[in-house]
Each structure stands twice: as C-alpha cells, then as structure tokens.
Design a protein around this ligand. Structure first.
Ligand SMILES: Nc1ncnc2c1ncn2[C@@H]1O[C@H](COP(=O)(O)OP(=O)(O)OP(=O)(O)O)[C@@H](O)[C@H]1O
Ligand SMILES: [Mg+2]
Length: 236
C-alpha cells in the first residue's frame, strides 16, 4: 500500500448528474501514468475531482494512504498534489523569475536553481515576460512552477495540446525525464500513442468510465485500443 495516489469508486460532475463514474485508478511511486480517451470522456473532470475543484459525490482520493477526499484544493496541493491545468498555467504579464518566485510562498534561490537545472531553456529568459515565451517554453515554466514545491505527484492536463506539432515530442521528452526528480506523473493526453510511449501504465476513459487499463506496452499493442483510441495516430 505504498501508492502515491489512489482513487476508489470516484464519481462527480458539475450538476446533480455525475459525469465520471466509479473510477478506480492508482499511481505508484515514480510512475508515469496516462489517461486517454475521446473528447468529452470526462478526463478533465476526473482531474478536477482529484484536486477537489468539483464537489465530491462518491468515492475517495488517497495520497500516500491519507484520505484527502474531504480536504480543500489548497490543502491537497500543500500535501504534495501538484496540478498543471490545460491553459491558464502561468502568469503571462509576469517574468519567468517572478512566475517561479510566486509559485510557493517560501521559494528559495536554491529551489529556483534546481528548476533551472531541469529546464535550462528558462535560465536564459528569467527577465522575459511569460506571455512572450514560445509554447514549449511556457509549458516548461508551468511544470517548473508546479515542481518547485517538491510535490509527490504532478497532474498534467493535456500538456501538449496548445503546442505546435514540432514541439510536442520535446515536451514528452521533458515529462519522461521527470522520473529523475522522483516525482510521479499523472497526465491526460489526446496524443495517446506518444504519451503511452513514455508511460508505465495507462487508463482509457469512455463516457466517464474506465474501459481499458494496463501496462503501457500492452495497451499500445492491444488491437481494440489501436482501432478505437489510437487509430488517427497509428502512423505518426
Ligand atoms: N463546467 C461544466 N459544466 C457542465 N458540464 C461540463 C462542464 N465542464 C465539462 N462539462 C461536461 O462534462 C463532460 C466531460 O468533459 P471533460 O472536460 O471532462 O472532457 P475531456 O475528456 O477532458 O474532454 P477533452 O478531451 O475535450 O478535453 C462533457 O460532456 C462536458 O460538456
Ligand atoms: Mg479535457
């Protein structure tokens, strides 16, 4: 029972109708886990339920065995659950340095230097406003802002969605390297094939439910998976 994160029978939604149903998912230490599925399957809703951004209807969320289901989003973040939302994930009018400084109330120069070692592209741009960074650089800044608090797990909602196609693989490469920081990764991705290539395990959501799950390699080789969820990317 050394799981970093675990949900049991998690359900939730925006009104009294649940969008996600009975989701049992876990992430082991230092694992990279992908959640894939079609548009509207409930992937972002699941992440919001994990973070406590939606009222809970059923089920539990545990972080290292501690039941965090009843806690506020801020408390969950303080306990080590980091979240990088899909779009508004940096302060565009602040510089790179300011974005890092406001990521946590007690950020030190040493912590900033540690992040710059992981994301060297940011080091030469400390005084540049985040709004003028390239999409890939901005995504790295968003990761750095989340990681500077030394979370146990980082949750990413479609980290490559807003990127030019040429930058996508470089962001997957960065995510693959997060293992070196001993942080677990849970990401939602439409680019299921590329995401699974760098993942240990995966879950496929459809209409708010887990319809397939397992080892990333097995999912990539699963004919049903290829036909239904990897089809459009089969040749990329
Ligand atoms: N704030 C909201 N209020 C009401 N319904 C919502 C809200 N946000 C999302 N939904 C609905 O919940 C369902 C699941 O949406 P969600 O954003 O979780 O899907 P997703 O799997 O993340 O899709 P995508 O791949 O397009 O990002 C959709 O039918 C959507 O219309
Ligand atoms: Mg989404």
């Amino acid at each position: 029972m050394n799981q970093v994160l675990a949900t049991t029978a998690l359900a939730g939604g925006y009104t009294d109708v649940n969008i996600i149903h009975d989701i049992n998912l876990h992430v082991n230490p230092e694992e990279i886990v992908t959640i894939a599925g079609t548009n509207g399957a409930g992937k972002s809703t699941f992440l919001k339920a994990l973070l406590g951004l939606l009222p809970r209807t059923e089920g539990t969320v545990h972080l290292y065995g501690q039941d965090i289901s009843g806690l506020s989003t801020e408390s969950r973040i303080e306990l080590g659950l980091a979240y990088v939302p899909q779009v508004t994930n940096v302060f565009r009018s602040l510089t790179v340095m300011e974005n890092l400084q406001v990521a946590d109330r007690k950020v030190s120069r040493h912590q900033i230097d540690e992040m710059l070692a992981v994301f060297p592209a940011l080091g030469t741009r400390l005084s540049q406003r985040a709004g003028t960074l390239s999409g890939g650089e901005r995504q790295q800044l968003a990761f750095a802002r989340a990681l500077i608090r030394a979370p146990k797990i980082i949750v990413l909602d479609e980290p490559t969605a807003a990127l030019a196609p040429g930058l996508v693989q470089s962001i997957f490469d960065v995510i693959g390297k997060l293992k070196a920081l001993k942080v677990a990764v849970l990401m939602v991705e439409q680019r299921a094939r590329q995401a699974l290539e760098i993942s240990d395990r995966g879950y496929i959501l459809d209409q708010g439910k887990v319809v397939l799950s397992g080892n990333a390699r097995e999912l990539l080789d699963n004919p049903e998976m290829t036909e239904l969820y990897l089809g459009t990317q089969a040749h990329t």
